[in-house]
Design a protein around this ligand. Structure first.
Ligand SMILES: [Mg+2]
Length: 190
C-alpha cells in the first residue's frame, strides 16, 4: 500500500502537465458516463473500454450500477462486444464480482494484480485483447488513480467531472473522496 502511495506521488509529479489538461480541458472530460456516446468512440477508433466503478457507475461502496448506467453499459456492450468492455475498480468487492458474473451479457469485472495508478491491468487488458493502447478508452473520476494509470499506459481517457455521490448513505466516505478529488485537481494546477 505504501509503495502505491509513493508511486502515485512520483508519477503525479512526472505527469502533472497532462493531468492538468484532464482537469481543465472539456474535450478530455464528460460530466457523467451517460453523456458519452459509445458509438462515437467506436467511430473514432476506440475498440476496448475500461471503466471505473465508484463514482462512475454509481456512488461509492454501492454493490451494483445505477439503473440508468446499467442501460448505458448494455448499449456499450452491444457496441463493442462483451469481451471488449472491462470494469476496473480498486475495490472489486464480492457483490460486484457476482453482479457482473451473473449475466454473460454484462461487462467483465477485471481483477487487477496491482491497483490503479499502476498500469499493470491496462497492460494486461491491452495484451489480452490484442489492442494498441491508443485503441483503449479509460473512463474514470479520479486523476490520481484511473486517469494517471491511462497516461502511464498510453491509453486514451475521459475524466468524469460530475461523479455519482450519495452523501445521505455514506457522508464520511463521500466527503473523503470529494476532498481527494478537489486536492488532486488543485495539485495538478500548481
Ligand atoms: Mg472512481
Amino acid at each position: 500500500m505504501m509503495l502505491r502511495y509513493i508511486y502515485t506521488v512520483q508519477q503525479f509529479i512526472v505527469h502533472r502537465k497532462i493531468l492538468q489538461q484532464y482537469a481543465t480541458d472539456p474535450q478530455l472530460q464528460s460530466p457523467t458516463i451517460l453523456d458519452i456516446a459509445p458509438q462515437q468512440l467506436y467511430a473514432a477508433g476506440i475498440r476496448t473500454m475500461v471503466i471505473d466503478f465508484d463514482g462512475v457507475l454509481t456512488a461509492h461502496a454501492m454493490p451494483v450500477p445505477d439503473p440508468m448506467v446499467e442501460q448505458w453499459l448494455a448499449a456499450c456492450v452491444a457496441c463493442f462486444g462483451r469481451e471488449q468492455v472491462f470494469i476496473l475498480s480498486n475495490n472489486p468487492i464480492k457483490a460486484r464480482q457476482e453482479y457482473f458474473a451473473a449475466d454473460k451479457n454484462r461487462a467483465q469485472l477485471f481483477i487487477s494484480r496491482r491497483k490503479k495508478p499502476f498500469p499493470d491491468s491496462l497492460h494486461a487488458i491491452s495484451q489480452q485483447c490484442g489492442r494498441n493502447p491508443s485503441e483503449i478508452m479509460v473512463i474514470d473520476d479520479r486523476l490520481a488513480t484511473g486517469i494517471l494509470a491511462a497516461i502511464i499506459a498510453g491509453t486514451k481517457a475521459i475524466f468524469i467531472t460530475r461523479p455519482c455521490v450519495n452523501f445521505a448513505a455514506h457522508p464520511v466516505r463521500e466527503g473523503f473522496f470529494m476532498t481527494l478529488r478537489k486536492i488532486e485537481q488543485f495539485l495538478c494546477k500548481c
